[in-house]
Design a protein. Sequence first.
Length: 135
Amino acid sequence: MALNVKLSQAGHDVKTAEEKDLILGQWNTFKIKDIGFASIEGAPGRYFDGDFWYPTYTSTTVTHNYGYIPVFLAFAEFSTHPGKWVMNENEIVLPVIALLASSTTTQFTFTVKNWMSGTLSLARIIYYIFADKNE
């Protein structure tokens, strides 16, 4: 079974967009090697040091054995905004919470950055790992 991912430019429906209007299309794109899931529970809310408010950071790691630093794309759905999935490093969609993500040769690290005043009960994460060019 093949899985294709398409991303269209702003203002174009991904289902009907022509190839020239796609950011990722069917030609010369990354191939998905694997899909993973993770979650972060109980991310505490922001804190005040007497002068300024600061966000909190709560992380989880997932070990892998790919033998290289994989390219991947992660999305998170936060319990405070059900049904709204945000991409890693995107603080524009939900400016009070964000998903930060990174990878090394042995693990993925997912971090919730929480500017909210209360605890975030759950962040559900799905990530797509792209194949190495030699695979």
